[in-house]
Write a protein that binds this ligand. Structure first.
Ligand code: UTP
Length: 289
């Protein structure tokens, strides 16, 4: 059985991106021509997912509105004969069915995933972080679902990071069982220098079996006083197997100011309309550096 639902937690406070995120959720910040969250929803739709479960908090309703019909706007565009814009706006509201679950306090990513238990039930599901963008030929979630399909066990997405960045991520250790697929022996959140020799950093894409909910129930607050999904995954891999998929593609942390700028430049260069002119501009300024 393949997952049909993707959980996208968007209830965090986005403190790394203040003051931009004081009022506007970081998931609604524009990268080139659409909000970050739309790239993520487009990725899950392109991977065959039919329903999105948003984990929201106060001040985040604008995200739900973005994927809803806008009667006033659609009527206005239709009356003005602006059919291209109308189609674009309709495309967004028809992308996916959205269900929202409220996380009443930002107690961590693990807690955010755990509040979706009633909606997910006893089936595997996908989790995509609302601020992690992956640019790839085959959608990252699609690549992970192929691994899940084969092994029928939970899968995390990993990328190799330089040694000096290891302490910023959840790090997976394991054996490569086929090219780019690892069976995880241990997973540790933000390890101290010398605590691990692995450089496989877990990024914001997961395919999870429903047993993760029981593991989350037993997970105590960890680093930063938050309920860490990484800690629950380490319990899960002891009780069942856990795989890591080294996906093909570029990942950007759009919840971080530098990562956001990098995502903007990369995606603008690859944009079908803007790309050629933007690349010329980048070349021009690069020559002046
Ligand atoms: P982050 O740690 O990147 O998000 O969590 P944050 O807490 O909003 O950001 P900073 O560190 O303060 O800048 C990754 C994802 O998990 C969600 C966030 O919205 C983000 O998409 N999240 C995090 C929740 O939904 N609930 C939480 O309690 C924590």
């Amino acid at each position: 059985m393949l997952p049909t639902k993707a959980v996208i937690p968007v209830a965090g406070l986005g403190t790394r991106f203040l003051p931009a995120t004081k009022v506007i959720p970081k998931e609604m910040l524009t990268v080139v021509d659409r909000p970050t969250i739309q790239y993520i929803v487009e990725e899950v739709v392109a991977s065959g997912i039919k329903e999105v479960v948003l984990v929201t908090a106060s001040g985040k309703s604008v995200i739900e509105d973005h994927f809803d019909y806008s009667f006033e706007l659609e009527t206005f565009l239709a009356q003005k004969g602006k059919m291209d814009l109308l189609n674009e706006v309709r495309h967004i509201s028809r992308l996916i069915e959205v269900v929202s679950v409220r996380q009443k306090e930002p107690l961590g990513l693990g807690h955010a995933v755990n509040v979706t238990r009633q909606v997910i039930g006893d089936q595997p599901f996908v989790v995509c972080l609302g601020d992690d963008l992956v640019e790839s030929e085959q959608p990252c979630v699609y690549q992970m679902l192929r691994v899940f399909e084969k092994y029928q066990e939970s899968v995390v997405a990993v990328q190799e990071v330089p040694e000096e960045d290891v302490n910023r991520y959840g790090i997976a250790e394991g054996q490569e069982v086929e090219p780019s697929v690892f069976q995880v022996d241990r997973i540790v959140e933000k390890p101290q220098p010398g605590e691990t020799s692995s450089r496989l950093a877990v990024i914001g894409r997961y395919v999870l079996r429903p047993e993760i909910f029981d593991c989350l129930d037993r997970t105590l607050p960890g680093i930063g006083g938050e309920i860490q999904l990484t800690d629950a995954l380490d319990t899960l891999r002891k009780e069942r197997k856990l795989y890591a998929c080294k996906f093909q593609g570029n990942r950007f942390d759009a919840g971080d100011k530098l990562g956001y700028l990098q995502a903007t430049v990369h995606l603008a260069m690859d944009h079908p309309d803007l790309g050629p002119a933007f690349k010329r501009y980048i070349k021009e300024i690069a020559e002046k550096l």
